[in-house]
Design a protein around this ligand. Structure first.
Ligand SMILES: [Ca+2]
Ligand SMILES: [Ca+2]
Length: 281
């Protein structure tokens, strides 16, 4: 009796299991080889696996392959596709790891997207609907199944465009049961620093101040020296500008020398040579 009890405990432990995923639709990945059934979509064109329409390497979904659902105007609002019971996604229980079910979608219209989970005996609590907020770009939708905690399902059902349609709508989707996407900003481009070699601080509104030209710089320090080696100006920020004055008086026309450096969080640069600066009136 006791032995049987432990056997039952082990069975129950195995019954609490995760779904197969994340479903990425890649040729050597998960989902493409599954038997997807399309329903309530007129003549039910099969789900297709196609090249990603927006595989931006810095974007949300740089993957090569995605699923493509063609929602027909003659189809029902609840046209969709589903895995077979017990196959593909497998038998899984809603627990702390999957109460939020994520799906990436790429649509050219705003409309409700539905996800439904179905038990082996076709019982279900119905679909959860979330509308996309972006068009013609990837967006990760989150479906909150926390009310389903502890329930076990063996079928995943998807409604890509839950509404009455007047035309054909193409919906791409991918990365079902994926991790939450977080944007990682790309590292800044290397900074550049150029020194103009002339300026005219004569108050005519044209080229009256002097500053190096910089791009992608987050910090800068540069100095202007007179010909006899006296420092006449120090720029300590990317925005600093010299108005041609020293102690409040306009510096004499002539040649000055500028040295400087700038940088950002990944790169710093030091131009190699001092630049001759012509101060003209
Ligand atoms: Ca993919
Ligand atoms: Ca001027």
């Amino acid at each position: 009796m006791r032995k049987n009890f432990f056997f039952l405990l082990i069975l129950m432990a195995y019954a609490v299991q995760a779904q197969n995923g994340p479903i990425d639709f890649e040729p050597n990945g998960i989902g493409q080889s599954w038997n997807w059934k399309v329903f309530e979509n007129s003549n039910n064109p099969p789900l297709e696996f196609v090249a990603n329409p927006d595989p931006d390497p810095m974007g949300m979904n740089p993957s090569a392959t995605v699923a493509k659902f063609t929602a027909l105007p003659q189809g029902a609002p609840f046209a969709g596709c589903e895995t077979l019971h017990g196959a593909g996604v497998g038998t899984f229980t809603i627990d702390n790891n999957n109460t939020i079910i994520r799906v990436m979608v790429y649509k050219n219209t705003i409309s409700d997207v539905g996800v439904k989970l179905v038990r082996f005996d076709n019982w279900s609590l119905g679909e959860i609907k979330v509308a996309n907020t972006k068009i013609n770009e990837w967006e990760q939708l989150e479906f909150d199944f926390s009310d389903h905690f502890g329930l076990t399902y063996d079928q995943w059902v998807f409604f890509p465009d839950f509404r009455n349609r007047t035309g054909t709508e193409i919906v791409y989707f991918d990365n079902i049961f994926g991790e939450q996407y977080t944007f990682i900003p790309p590292p800044p481009s290397p900074p550049t620093m150029e020194f103009p070699n002339v300026f005219t601080p004569n108050g005519d509104g044209v080229n009256d101040t002097y500053a190096p030209k910089m791009e992608h710089a987050e910090w800068a320090q540069w100095e202007v020296f007179s010909r006899d080696g006296q420092r006449v100006y120090t720029g300590r920020t990317v925005e600093a500008k010299w108005d041609g004055r020293v102690n409040g008086h306009l510096a004499p026309a002539g040649v000055y020398f500028v040295l400087g450096r700038c940088g950002n969080s990944t790169t710093s640069i030091v131009p190699e040579e001092a630049i001759s600066l012509h101060l003209q009136r």
